[in-house]
Design a protein around this ligand. Structure first.
Ligand code: ATP
Ligand code: MG
Length: 246
């Protein structure tokens, strides 16, 4: 069995049928691109995997278990992380705080039952995570809002890694980045692959897709219209699938 297996996923919002029976497999450590026109259903499909949306039909298996109908918390615990396009970082807080946002290590105030943030440990662990990832961030004390888009993306990836995921889903991580920053985010994706973490990369940028992905899946009007190893297709062929000219 594959790490992730979607079988016949259906979803409608009101009268709009968004997904019409989507099958998708991702192997452990594989980097899979999910491409498709605006409104094709990419983000909706990913939010179904993470438990944010409930599908109307179909099943989801992950790491040998049926996770259909599980809550977002349970799904995260099983090892799926999603980095959303808006990143959901706290801009006023520094890098270290963002990496541990909402579950900062605490320590007991000496001689009392009161627990307080263990700031030293937060910074140490944040630094270790940044180093392990090879991310370029000036300091873990730097406010996230003052980092570049690419550096903020690195912080979001570092945060995802603290949950020890087996699969990381990234929704358009390079859409708003300068050329050099794109390269850096692509390096981070390669690093995840080296660490045997599977990635689903949603992207409109086919050069990124062809630079880092093993396989490319095209979604069109709620259906998978192609699913090919990157070595056996071309950008022109993928574009043709996306626009329905294939
Ligand atoms: N929460 C929602 N309520 C109602 N309709 C929705 C909701 N989320 C998405 N849709 C609709 O579902 C369709 C697919 O949207 P989705 O965001 O999945 O597309 P996408 O492939 O991610 O597009 P893009 O490349 O523009 O991000 C669109 O028609 C969208 O308007
Ligand atoms: Mg989307």
């Amino acid at each position: 069995m594959s790490l992730l297996e979607l079988d016949g996923i259906m979803k409608h919002f009101g009268p709009v049928q968004v997904l019409l029976g989507v099958d998708l497999k991702v192997e452990a450590g594989e980097v899979v691109a999910l491409v498709g026109d605006n409104g094709a259903g990419k983000s909706t499909l990913m939010k179904i995997i993470t438990g944010i949306h409930k599908p109307d039909g179909g099943t989801i298996h992950f790491d040998g278990a049926d996770i259909s109908g599980h809550s977002p918390g349970e799904i995260r615990e099983r090892g799926i992380e999603m980095i959303y396009q808006d990143l959901a970082l706290a801009r006023m807080q520094d890098v270290a705080s963002n990496i541990f946002l909402g579950r900062e290590p605490t320590k007991r105030l000496l001689g009392t039952p009161i627990r307080m943030l263990d700031r030293a440990r937060i910074e140490q662990e944040a630094e270790a995570m940044i180093r392990k990832l090879g991310a370029r961030v000036p300091s873990v004390r730097h406010p996230v809002g003052k980092l570049s888009g690419g550096q903020q993306q690195s912080v979001a990836i570092a945060r995802a890694l603290t949950f020890n995921p087996k699969l990381v889903i990234m929704d358009e991580p390079t859409a708003a980045l300068a050329v050099r920053e794109v390269e850096h985010v692509l390096d981070l994706i390669r690093e995840l692959k080296r660490q045997k973490i599977a990635v689903i990369l949603i992207s409109h940028r086919l050069t990124d897709v062809f630079a880092v992905c093993d396989r490319v899946v095209a979604l069109r009007q709620g259906r998978v219209v192609s699913d090919e190893p990157i070595t056996q297709t071309s950008m022109n062929a993928v574009v043709a699938h996306i626009v329905g000219a294939a």
